[in-house]
Design a protein around this ligand. Sequence first.
Ligand code: FES
Ligand code: FES
Length: 167
Amino acid sequence: MEVANMSEELQLIPISVTVNGTSYQHEVEPRLLLVEFLRKTLGMTGTHIGCDTSFCGACTIIVDGEAVKSCTLLAVQADGCEVITVEGLVKNDKLHPLQQAFSENHGLQCGFCTPGMLMSSLALLAENPDPDVKDIRKRLGGNVCRCTGYQNIIKSVQAAAKNLRED
Ligand code: FES
Ligand code: FES
């Protein structure tokens, strides 16, 4: 019985996930969190882990167009999904307008929360190209920053939105 339990524990499940436009096939333990899959299996450490409680939002990524906290999903739940991480924002060595705006408006200090802030903001701007301060505060309510006081983050999102609208 014990042997059967052990082999169940070690069972690996094949998954296929597209991350930043590249398709990856791996066999993973059923309990592997999506954030660990990204960081450890794929080596994409831009997605951060700031808590164990689904609170901080540092691990936010885009899965099939929705911003999600990747510490709340299992890797097997992403099977067949399209994922975008912060590594996917740079195109042709050029920062994404959100990254540029965060840089120009001092939207970060230590930068730990920034990948999650960027990905939540990306989802917001995809839905609402002209968000007001209330919209931004509401959307970023699940992302915690311990450094900036949030004002410059809001300014950054508004600047990026403006640049994207004018593009
Ligand atoms: S690591 Fe904090 S919400 Fe996912
Ligand atoms: S910039 Fe340091 S936690 Fe946000």
